[in-house]
Design a protein around this ligand. Structure first.
Ligand SMILES: [Mg+2]
Length: 201
């Protein structure tokens, strides 16, 4: 546990929050002659969330016993990757989570208790000081099993956590202006991108 008595949890993006395979196939169809179609713009922002990923992230993030960050390695050959990962997080999780987005090829340098990742090595996962939750393994085959683990291990189950900003954010109607405990950045973001209206102009 961290010094703040909250579990510091890192969550990977590709193959954990994001459906990399589906987006890669789409890119390959668009650019069939390219060996690395993921190098073209649209790959990373175009990934769909994996089933249950957004709901599980919100649940972990809202919980008072956790401190949650996204920890993702970039494709260093591809500058689009950096900005599109950032935009993906804003699009699917909101600006407040962008504040907790860490893009690094050296995951071991981040201190914490848990790392949810589909790779056991390659970007420092094997030297991470906390516990590796190997997403896609027999024990953690999907987000439901990861959530069960945290409910049991951190005793996060039972009564629901206090209503966090996410509850208000996702349950609110477009244009709502009540103070739900969102910080100013979140309120600005809501004004720019009303809930339920994807139209950008
Ligand atoms: Mg990954």
């Amino acid at each position: 546990m961290s010094y703040r008595n909250e579990a510091v949890i890192y969550v990977d993006m590709d193959h954990v929050l994001c459906d990399y395979e589906e987006a890669w196939t789409r890119q390959k169809n668009l650019f069939p002659d390219l060996e690395f179609p993921q190098s073209q713009p649209g790959m990373y922002i175009g990934m769909n969330p994996l089933p249950g990923a957004i709901e599980a992230y919100r649940w972990l993030d809202d919980h008072p016993k956790t401190d949650v960050y996204i920890l993702t390695a970039p494709s260093v050959h591809n500058s689009h990757c950096y900005s599109e990962k950032r935009d993906w997080v804003e699009k699917h999780l909101g600006l407040s989570v962008v504040e907790n987005l860490i893009i690094t090829p050296h995951k071991n340098l981040n201190k914490g208790d848990y790392l949810i990742d589909d790779m056991a090595s390659g970007k420092g996962q094997d030297r991470f000081e906390g516990m590796l939750i190997l997403f896609g393994s027999d024990q953690f085959s999907d987000w439901a099993s990861v959530r069960t683990f945290f409910e049991e291990t951190l005793n996060l189950g039972g009564s629901p956590p206090k209503a966090g900003p996410w509850d208000a954010f996702f349950n609110s109607e477009a244009g709502v202006t009540d103070d739900f405990g969102l910080d100013q950045d979140d309120r600005d973001w809501l004004d720019m991108k009303p809930v339920g209206n994807e139209k950008l102009d």
